[in-house]
Design a protein around this ligand. Structure first.
Ligand code: SF4
Ligand code: SF4
Length: 282
């Protein structure tokens, strides 16, 4: 099965996948963090391995959130991930390994989320069990490559593929930037653990406001996280101070020159009128 693993990695890399990890389905049972009905074997009993694929969300675009350019990047990444997962599942089927995939977004509308704010399967723990990173205070999966600026999709297969080791060291440094910058104060740091308390209703409220303006999703907690080697590619001195002062600076002067490039992009293509439409969340 080592050969199959190399073939899968090559197939994905040739199609532009940024991150790929392999998790045996037993990891869900060993960790016992995800309720039994939401584990891969409950969703599709033949599953032996979950292959998690990740695509980068480009930092300079994430920094403009909430904006139409960020919304389009999010939609493009999600569509691309679903296509990649669909292609990989069919590739594995052709090799004789029955496969299934769970799409990137498991929500039909904001109303569906309001009624039941949970997906049938969560990619964040899947990515953790596949060795791609650790869960930070913000409940996002932090990766060494892109911090939380990455989207995931999961392919289940009946093939037993050698797993990747889970990451031993926490990547979150508990800097509190996500909690301080969240416009809805939905993240609260915990002294006794890395993963913070998360108010999903407050985050959903933000999502509903942004859907109404046609510039969903929020993602401010992914923008401000200092983790990720993408920050080396896009170096910016004093950036954490800039993030932390943004709300105050813009409430004093909405044309503050330091934030001009971001605020320019937020002004165009965004509805300011009454609520409309559907969407999904972080
Ligand atoms: S997506 Fe926005 S509202 Fe939700 S937790 Fe992150 S910063 Fe807060
Ligand atoms: S912003 Fe700081 S506290 Fe929040 S997830 Fe990233 S490293 Fe952890």
């Amino acid at each position: 099965m080592r050969e199959l693993k190399s073939r899968v990695v090559r197939f994905c890399r040739d199609r532009g996948v940024d991150l790929i990890g392999f998790a045996p389905v037993e990891r869900w049972d060993e960790a016992d963090e995800v309720p039994p009905d939401f584990r891969p074997r409950a969703l599709w009993p033949p599953a032996k391995t979950v292959i998690v694929l990740g695509l980068e969300m480009l930092l300079p675009i994430v920094e403009t959130t909430p904006s139409v350019v960020h919304m389009e990047l999010y939609k493009t990444a999600n569509a691309e991930l679903d296509q990649l997962a669909y292609d990989l599942a069919r590739h594995l089927n052709r090799l004789g390994h029955a496969s299934f995939f769970f799409p990137r977004d498991g929500y039909g509308s904001m109303r569906a989320l309001r009624e039941n704010n949970r997906a049938a399967f969560a990619h964040v723990p899947a990515a953790k069990y596949a060795g791609l990173g650790t869960i930070g205070a913000s409940h996002n999966l932090l990766t060494a490559e892109f911090g939380p600026r990455v989207r995931f999709v999961s392919v289940f297969t009946s093939a037993e593929i050698p797993p990747d080791p889970m990451m031993g060291k926490e990547l979150c440094i508990k800097c509190q930037a996500c909690a301080k910058c969240c416009p809805k104060k939905a993240i609260r740091m915990r002294a006794d653990r890395v993963v913070g308390d998360y108010d999903d209703q407050a985050c959903l409220e933000m999502a509903e406001e942004l859907v109404a303006q046609r510039c969903f999703p929020c993602g401010i907690c992914t923008k401000v996280c200092p983790i990720g080697n993408d920050r080396t590619l896009y170096p910016q001195s004093g950036i954490m101070k800039k993030y932390l002062k943004e709300t105050e600076a813009l409430s004093g002067n909405s044309d503050d020159p330091e934030y001009k490039a971001w605020t320019h992009l937020r002004k165009y293509g965004v509805a300011r009128g009454k609520k409309e439409g559907t969407g999904s969340r972080k």
